[in-house]
Design a protein. Structure first.
Length: 80
């Protein structure tokens, strides 16, 4: 959603079926973890994607989910 550019919280909320406080909570978690950047202007919050953090996360998840020769899913000693 934010990959196309920044969005106001009220516009983001249009895509979900939950309350504004719930959106604020989840966006705060994403902000605290560096995945989104918030720009506060008066009573408005504009959120944008932190591309560097998103790319880092995608890279690490891709690596973690890749099957390699050392992967435990290749363990021949499985008993079950």
């Amino acid at each position: 959603m934010l990959s196309c550019g920044g969005m106001c919280a009220c516009d983001i909320l249009n895509y979900f079926n939950f309350t504004q406080p719930t959106l604020s909570h989840h966006m705060k978690v994403l902000e605290d973890n560096g995945l989104v950047i918030v720009d506060k202007k008066a009573n408005w919050h504009y959120y944008s994607l932190n591309r560097a953090a998103a790319d880092f996360l995608i890279s690490n998840l891709t690596e973690a989910l890749s099957v390699t020769k050392d992967c435990i899913c290749n363990d021949k000693n499985k008993k079950c």
